[in-house]
Design a protein around this ligand. Sequence first.
Ligand SMILES: Cc1ncc(COP(=O)(O)O)c(C=O)c1O
Length: 442
Amino acid sequence: MEEILDNSILDAPKIVVTPPGPRSAEILKQQEELETSALNYPKYFSIAVKEAKGSTIVDVDNNVYIDWFAGIAVVNLGHNNPIIRQAVDSQLDKIWHYMEIPTEIRIEFMKTLRRTLNFDAKFLFTTTGADAVEAAVKIARWNSGKRYIIAFNEAYHGVSAATIGLSNMLNHRKFQPYYDNNVIRLPYPYEYRCPFKDCLNEVLSLVDYEMKNNDVAGIIVEPVAGEGGYIVPPKGFLKGLREITTEYNVPLIIDEIQTGVGRTGKIWAYEWEGIKPDIVTISKGIGEGIPISLVAFNKDLDKLPQAFHLGTYRGNPIGMAVGNATLNYIMNSNLLERVITLGDFTKKRFDEIMEDNYKQGKYDVRGLGFMIGIEFSNERKDPISVKPFIDILLKKGIIMYKSGIYDNVLRYMAPLTIPKLLIDRGLEKFEETIKLSNQIKI
Ligand SMILES: Cc1ncc(COP(=O)(O)O)c(C=O)c1O
């Protein structure tokens, strides 16, 4: 068993000047002058970053933050992890780019990936998460010869022209109103807000109804809805979808872009339901920050013609070296047990803190592994924006981001290697924030 390698700055958080400090403010100003007004994240985190180690970030004014954001669930093994660094370094000495012409690392990575999957997989490399989703849907339509894709209400599968129709982020849709609308949208079994008595079975019966009555090419689903609000569906959901798709003989696409690579305590979150998918989309954690993504799909679906899905940068060798090192590390360490134990602990503490301190309204704490969401609402129908909480947390040295289609969920998505000490310190700051929110009535 390998030890959990972590190089976090252990006396974090350390705020020496209230963010944004003068140097951060200057760099943010320059960014505003140079870069598009369409930026999103600097509107939440008004800092400029100097460096990052493990689960800690240092800004250019030398403030040290605990990172519960992980570059949006990407650096699962922490920033600047020595194992990942070594994988990058050794690949840099070999080759960085040569299209699909095979390299040793390409073959090795695919063999390692196969060991983690429970079906006989073949692979198609892509570049971003949205690109992988686009390719997955293309594979489903090509194989079934059918048209519609079933996707869910709290889904996020990307915002490219081909994926925005699958995602249900209404403000993003507004920006490109002419999207692929060959999508049948159904409710996700979101128990906190579910209008049905028996949420799981009602949703499954809607899926069955649409399958029976439409030209459905496949279903795409997140095992835990990520951008939609860290919603964990009831047990039996994926199994139910598996049974229905098998009955109608169409592919089940599991989008593991956010849930995969250990984030829920299994390498792939679909393992929690013991199902075998037909197609899996993979990105984020597999590259640890190096842009790489891919589709793993059952070899029976590999009836794809030459040049079916093109793109210059698909399958970057440095990304493959990182992916290979990441999966080997996960398989040879106790990281997954750690995610389950610490994930349960952290969720319980969030629940206790909310129960003891939050007097403003209603809330829901939920999650699986290191995907934990805290939803805020006065009544279930009346969401409370979490932006003010994010601001207070940042000033206290905690980087925590939002989620949910109403922007009313705070989410915990720290690197999986975070030391327990930094979870405890972050929770202290979280408790102070919730107490303060009562006083200032946000
Ligand atoms: C589940 C899921 N699918 C797809 C995507 C899109 O990935 P990308 O942002 O790399 O296009 C995301 C991104 O957050 C995601 O969480």
